[in-house]
Design a protein. Structure first.
Length: 170
């Protein structure tokens, strides 16, 4: 899809935008004014129909501990999510080797494990990280956040609107 003219166009370098949530992520490629959705990665929550795995401990007529598998197994899901995301990003970088930067949008508690789960070559490409759950946001909102906060660090220019160009030329 064509990027709006007032947003960064990424003319100098091909980049990835990774918008991750708890169990899902969208991966976009941006270059020369075009943004493409490359991957949609999602880990479904497990669904249990009976009391399998229910644990209860009773001593002298009192319940001390109990637990159930009705609550999602957070650590299992996190490991599965990180492994799948790492695999998808590695496959994309193999297919499109000219990608220079990765912009990560993820909640704080999952962003650090995402970065640490990646190989060093990929960690070096992660330039800018935004904290928050932006997995369901439109890609133009993500581009606008890059433009507002950190685009001056990258050193690329953002095209001016025609009205602004006329005012500046006077």
């Amino acid at each position: 899809m064509q990027i709006e003219k007032n947003l960064p166009q990424f003319n100098n370098s091909k980049s990835l935008i990774v918008a991750a949530g708890d169990h899902d992520a969208k991966i976009y490629s941006v270059f020369n004014g075009i943004i493409k959705k490359l991957e949609l990665f999602c880990i479904p929550n497990p669904c249990f129909t009976d009391r399998e795995g229910f644990v209860m401990q009773k001593i002298k007529g009192k319940y001390l501990t109990s637990g159930a598998v009705y609550t999602p197994k957070k650590e299992y899901l996190r490991v599965k999510f990180l492994t799948g995301l790492r695999k998808d990003i590695k496959n994309i970088l193999r297919r499109e080797s000219e990608i220079k930067n990765i912009y990560l949008f993820a909640p704080e508690y999952i962003a650090d494990p995402i970065i640490k789960s990646m190989p060093v070559q990929i960690q070096e490409k992660i330039k800018i990280m935004h904290s928050g759950n932006y997995a369901l946001q439109h890609p133009f909102k993500l581009l606008n956040m890059i433009k507002e906060k950190e685009f001056d660090i990258i050193g690329e220019s953002v095209p001016l609107k025609e009205e602004a160009r006329k005012l500046l030329s006077k």
